[in-house]
Design a protein around this ligand. Structure first.
Ligand code: NAD
Length: 280
């Protein structure tokens, strides 16, 4: 039976380090958070960001713009935050209203204040192995893997999902650790090859957003399984992996909820502390 790989204990340890680095700054760093329009998921994420920020001695400044905010207006708002010396980091909550292109917006956040690591400059640094910070969810997955004490060098790692925000940055971080990496996506499924790749995985990471996509019977005995997916099924939240069956085979498995999720906000605050330190 697999050990549960829970995010909370890992997050608590990292929070202690963040508290120390915030204290050693000698000033209270500020994170500006911008939301446009209404979204229940973002509201919940913002609430947890505010709670963790306060816990760590970070000034959390939240602004909410209307659902019909134009791209130009949001860019203007971000530029004001860029030039505000009292702001150390800027995060724009997703999803944005349909009229706003996130890639354009993230490209306008000053790279030094980009705490999500999604500015093209920071993604470029990640590719070159020179990044100071990593996108939050990808960073959270790496911390969970690290907490198992597993050396990824030469390991068969299968990553399902290649989104800009999770899969692609995670692929770069895994390659940095010399994992033997296979990246699967919708094309792999359509070619009927997902199962054969998943069956070989010593480490399996799934970030798709489809409940039950990965059958428990596909999991290799002794594998580490990290399920990033969040899906609402009836009144329950589940991941992308059939948990009960997978748990019988894996050595470690993340619960959903309670695995990657609780670590993501902590990674955001670590990125903010790093940004504030670099700006000193
Ligand atoms: P996305 O929609 O941008 O990307 C989905 C990926 O899955 C793509 O690479 C796509 O090709 C692949 N895919 C789709 N259908 C597939 C199939 N049938 N077989 C194989 N691959 C398939 O999604 P995202 O933003 O990367 O998010 C993925 C999941 O992770 C979602 O459930 C999201 O809610 C969750 N998520 C969780 C956290 C967290 O903190 N826990 C953070 C971000 C995203």
């Amino acid at each position: 039976m697999a050990k549960l790989l829970e995010g909370k204990p890992v997050a608590e340890k990292i929070k202690e380090q963040i508290k120390q680095s915030v204290q050693s700054l000698g000033f209270k760093p500020a994170l500006a958070s911008v939301m446009a329009g209404e979204n229940a998921g973002s509201e919940a994420y913002v609430k947890s960001q505010k709670k963790v920020a306060e816990e760590l001695g970070i000034d959390y400044r939240f602004s909410k713009l209307g659902p019909d905010t134009s791209e130009g207006k949001l860019v203007g708002f971000i530029e004001e935050l860029n030039s505000d010396k009292s702001v150390n980091g800027v995060i724009v909550q997703l999803p944005l209203p349909a009229q706003i292109d996130y890639q354009k917006i993230s490209g306008h956040i000053c790279p030094d204040k980009d705490v999500e690591g999604m500015h093209p400059v920071n993604i470029g640094k990640l590719l070159l192995g020179k990044a100071r910070i990593a996108p939050c969810t990808a960073g959270a997955v790496m911390e969970l893997l690290n907490s198992t004490g597993t050396d990824l060098y030469g390991k068969e790692v299968v990553l399902v999902g290649h989104s800009e925000i999770v899969g692609k940055p995670l692929a770069l971080l895994l390659l940095d650790k010399f994992a033997t990496l296979t990246v699967c996506h919708i094309g792999t499924s359509r070619a009927g090859k997902l199962e054969e790749h998943v069956r070989r995985a010593e480490v399996l990471i799934v970030a798709v957003g489809k409940a039950g996509l990965i059958k428990g019977s596909w999991i290799k005995q002794g594998a580490i399984v990290i399920d990033v997916g969040i899906n609402r099924v009836g009144d329950k939240i589940v991941g992308d992996v059939e948990f009960e069956e997978a748990q019988k085979r894996a050595a470690y498995i993340t619960p959903v909820p309670g695995g990657v999720g609780p670590l993501t906000v902590t990674m955001l605050m670590r990125n903010l502390a790093e940004a504030a330190k670099a700006q000193q």
